[in-house]
Design a protein around this ligand. Sequence first.
Ligand SMILES: *Cc1c(COP(=O)(O)O)cnc(C)c1O
Length: 360
Amino acid sequence: MSRVYNFSAGPSMLPLPVLEKAQREMTDYAGTGMSVMEMSHRSKAYEEIITGAESLLRELMGIPENYRVLFLQGGASSQFAMVPLNLFGASKSADFIDTGSWSSKAIKEAARYGSANVVASSKDTNFNRIPEFDKTKFDPKADYFYICMNNTIEGTRYTQLPDTGGIPLVADMSSNILSEAVDVSRFGLIFAGAQKNMGPAGVTVVIIREDLIGHALDITPTMFNYAIHADNDSLYNTPPAYSIYICKLVYEWIRDLGGIGAIQKMNEDKAALLYDFLDSSSLFSGTVVPKDRSLMNIPFVTPDDELNKEFIKEAAAKGLVELKGHRSVGGMRASIYNAFPAEGVKLLVEFMKEFEAARR
Ligand SMILES: *Cc1c(COP(=O)(O)O)cnc(C)c1O
């Protein structure tokens, strides 16, 4: 079977050249006579892979010298606990903006170890926007300030960061890392599970400012302590070795396309194709307020749930798969991460036009 256009929110499409390179190197990596999966994580060949992955990520994101890059396990969900365990300090209190499912989970988890104050929320409109925030409501003594930068399920993203003064800004970038330029120096900590925009599930990247390492609460499990992983260059225990290798290939792919600037332009163009159609359609409509629309995850609906179902089914028959929306939003969702080809978005829009015309 030929490859389909896979709109899955995650795990999601990887660049075909990356998969093909991994295939070529599958049984004999760089003349070692073994697969990366079979290789000691302490070997010279593997050391080159993990240090190479880090330096490519640093180059792509412009990560300053005073930040560490960690390759961890446990998914982005483990970071919901790891962040408070490591960053709660003097006040054991943090500020959060609640923008939907993933931020809600982070809030709930942080509240197990200290206080999690919600300073803004868009719950009143089913999280279809980034809420307005008022700086005077921010706690000047908070240990950190938390946002989910791209909301995978609801389809919103921040285009402006909250001004938190000296309070470290923590961002979940699981679904937008490497999709657009970010100024890393604005953040104290960035984390991202790999399986949306970077590689296979199993590795979670943490980018953390050095001064935030080394203050974990006493109850912190060893494996949840950033200092342990920083002191051991992400090799305290066996890392998710193969996933990191694929991430390295993805970083090389982005570099060869021209870096983040180039990929951002491609992402903006892809998203515009779909949003422009949604804005002109009399059958389909986007669910998010225009100013906060995600470039990566685009939820949309027709007025009729039966019609949504028909659309998803007919699209799948044309090789446009995984368009079913998340149950909290309903309808459809097109996740179009870095590796999703522009051609697939064009085909989706063409099919939407046909579907609409047939029902006029
Ligand atoms: C997918 C996702 C998560 C959860 O990631 P896991 O790796 O499954 O734990 C958290 N936050 C965001 C924004 C996500 O998109």
